[in-house]
Design a binder for this molecule. Sequence first.
Ligand SMILES: Nc1ncnc2c1ncn2[C@@H]1O[C@H](COP(=O)(O)OP(=O)(O)OP(=O)(O)O)[C@@H](O)[C@H]1O
Ligand SMILES: [Mg+2]
Length: 288
Amino acid sequence: MIEQTALMDIENLIFYYPQGQRPALNDVSFRVREGEFIGICGPAGAGKTTLSLCLNGIIPHAQAGRMAGSVSLRGVLLKEYTLPALSETIGYVFQDPETQMVSLTVEEEIAFGLENAGAAPSLIKERIREAVDAVGIDQLQNRSLKSLSGGQKQRVALASVLAMRPQVLVLDEPASELDPVGSRDFFQLLLQFNKALGMTIIIFEQKVDQLAPYLDRLLVLHEGCIAAAGRPNQVLADERVSGWGIRIPQVAEFAHVLAREAHFRLSEVPLTVEEGLSLIRQWKGKRL
Ligand SMILES: Nc1ncnc2c1ncn2[C@@H]1O[C@H](COP(=O)(O)OP(=O)(O)OP(=O)(O)O)[C@@H](O)[C@H]1O
Ligand SMILES: [Mg+2]
């Protein structure tokens, strides 16, 4: 297999907010390879939003605080780029979609970034069409943003970022306003961008029950530190993770219960019903 190139390098990252007594991030290191679909989960206050803002350059460019360590994109420190240059390469979807909305209508909102980047009107029109089709909001194109539900706003926020065709997409709890079916559709859509366009995706979530099956790699943030990292099946086999209030797939919880009953140590848990069935088949014959 050909070694994938490192796209982003996060090294020994420490961040204190101005009045913070404890670091919001405490010695965080990991690499992001080109084309990866990475999930970063953690309970409330673990440092997800803070880390996501370090990945798009808002920290240290626009958020005060003390930072040590480094974040680089293709070997260049993010602090060497300007924020507008970074926003063309690294698309960012905020935890609260309202934070990033600056226009009155859906169409204006999607056009905003492209207009600022000086794109030609014909290109803007084409990109709007592509983005609304991709995200499934073509019927909302002329609606006012105020009239949309929270879930619809999250889709508009995603469409505005996609219209810029970023190489990397960073999303901070983008499905928080969606129901389980809406979340699943949203994650499938991201997987499609990842697979079809090779877009590198880093998604922050507290609940990984719906998300885990789609990820190449899962990192767990706990009290500002990376507490676990690896393939989701392995990471979610660590019983501490659900103990920290991170919602894992029910079939994984079921495997934990069975393993405890059987005094059996799991190295991997199933994430889907199909994987659960094949585990049960493997266990047949073992005493449960
Ligand atoms: N602007 C700020 N000023 C001071 N402290 C902050 C600020 N924002 C976050 N913090 C603190 O930094 C730590 C990490 O917060 P962060 O918002 O990154 O966590 P999170 O994992 O995104 O949480 P949530 O799931 O609630 O969104 C918390 O202790 C939080 O109280
Ligand atoms: Mg957050």
